[in-house]
Design a protein around this ligand. Structure first.
Ligand SMILES: C[S@@+](CC[C@H](N)C(=O)[O-])C[C@H]1O[C@@H](n2cnc3c(N)ncnc32)[C@H](O)[C@@H]1O
Length: 422
């Protein structure tokens, strides 16, 4: 989320646009090698027994979950510290999984989206405010189901190397005798062999094998389970609701959710706004210790021109989703139509920014800037009122007072496409 600093006001040169578009691109981080080596060294030099290592892991997980469940808000410094400790213990577990270099670093574009390497996926466990709301929301969802159901089956596709939205909670339940393995049965799915190795190691380190019905290495957009599930937990998205295959995975797996089953997040709402890039992404955060919706600058928020919701994903919207197949065989889904307001004199100086907000479950929300996944994403191809100086095929020009219809492309690079509405 620190990358906001490189954004500046709407620029005109194509190369500047491209460099801006590249922001927040995940990069292979040579530090992991260093970090894993450090962890391994710690294991040997400190003569930490396997038993101690696992006890430390469970303890740090319990501390994080207890803090998140018991406190609606906790001090950012406290959260940062306990999440960092959890991350380091999780890394020790990952190191123990002995994943090959190839399986650790391999990442690629599948036909339905970017597939992150376990190396880059490891840090999602310390996306504090994402975990905060998911852990609280999933706890509420499980507790509500267990009032009526003797057993609940949970499907968690694209779980990544640590399945961090669920496994910490299960470990907490186990160690506090809050739920039994007869009550909760989980299927974890990931397409990356390295993620499967890491999550299998973690399950073993936490001694929660009894809660795990299945760990499946599969493409979640093709996976055909033989049963239905009561909860479907899915978070495979990046900022601006682009790049990763959240929609394709959800669209396929929703058929395996029982009639009264719950999708988590219950609702993802994707919003569009026209902003002054420098104020929105840079100036606003100059004085803040961290980016979060509670730290938004009131003046900057008032200066935004909100265009409204361009897409909404929920169980009911997924079941009703209709695909449009282009002659090139590219699959699209129709999103919302918005009207551009009139009377905004500086519209041509503004940039389109797209952001998601998540209603995880009940009253647990992840709002803009709370997490990397809800960080607004500037779209430097969208021009209002003034054409680009050097038009490119991907540029889209529209005018104040006009209507724009958004579509969403279900390709290896998922994302929004704007079209002038009739
Ligand atoms: C950023 S991680 C998300 C991890 C986890 N959901 C979390 O909340 O931290 C992305 C993971 O999704 C997996 N993934 C992406 N597309 C997938 C697909 N089509 N089928 C299965 N796994 C997929 C990747 O392999 C990677 O491990």
């Amino acid at each position: 989320m620190k990358e906001v600093g490189i954004l500046s006001q709407k620029l005109t040169l194509t190369d500047q646009r491209q460099s801006l578009l590249g922001f927040a691109e995940p990069k292979v981080d040579p530090l992991l090698q260093h970090s894993i080596r450090e962890q391994l060294k710690a294991l040997t030099t400190e003569k930490l027994t396997d038993c101690q290592r696992r006890a430390n892991l469970c303890e740090s997980m319990n501390l994080v979950v207890a803090t998140l469940l018991q406190q609606e808000t906790a001090k950012h410094e406290v959260l940062t510290k306990i999440f960092q400790e959890l991350y380091e213990h999780a890394l020790q577990s990952m190191a123990k999984a002995d994943i090959s270099q190839q399986n650790l670093t391999h990442e690629y574009l599948s036909p339905t989206g970017y597939v992150m390497s376990p190396l880059n996926g490891r840090t999602t466990i310390k996306d504090i405010y994402r975990l905060h709301r998911f852990i609280r929301g999933i706890d509420k969802a499980i507790t509500a189901r267990l009032k009526n159901d003797t057993v609940i089956r949970i499907l968690y596709p694209a779980c990544g190397p640590f399945a961090p939205l669920l496994l910490p909670l299960i470990q907490y339940y186990r160690s506090h005798n809050l739920a039994t393995e007869q009550q909760i049965q989980i299927t974890l799915v990931d397409v990356q062999p390295g993620a499967i190795q890491a999550v299998t190691q973690l399950v073993s380190d936490l001694s929660i094998q009894g809660f795990i019905e299945n760990i499946v290495e599969a493409d979640a957009t093709l996976y055909e389970p033989e049963q239905t599930f009561d909860l479907l937990i899915l978070e495979a998205m990046q900022h601006g609701f682009t790049k990763e295959g959240q929609l394709s995975i959800a669209k396929h797996l929703i058929q395996f959710l029982s009639v009264d089953g719950v999708l988590i997040p219950q609702q993802i709402s994707v919003q569009a706004m026209m902003v002054h890039g420098e104020n929105e992404f840079n100036q606003q955060w100059k004085e803040s210790a961290f980016s979060h919706s509670t730290n938004l600058d009131r003046e900057v928020v008032q200066d935004r021109v909100e265009l409204g919701e361009i897409f909404q994903i929920s169980k009911s919207s997924l079941l009703a989703l209709e695909e449009v197949i282009l002659p090139s065989k590219i699959k699209m889904v129709r999103a919302n139509r918005i009207s551009l307001p009139t009377g905004i004199e500086d519209m041509k100086d503004r940039v389109l920014a797209i952001y998601a907000t998540l209603n995880v479950y009940s009253n647990e929300f992840i709002r803009e800037y709370d997490s990397g996944i809800t960080h607004p994403k500037p779209d430097m191809t969208f021009y209002v009122d003034t054409p680009p100086r050097t038009p490119q095929p991907e540029h889209f020009l529209t005018f104040s007072g006009g209507d724009v219809q958004f579509y969403y492309q279900l390709t290896g690079l998922p994302g929004f496409v704007a079209l002038q509405a009739d």
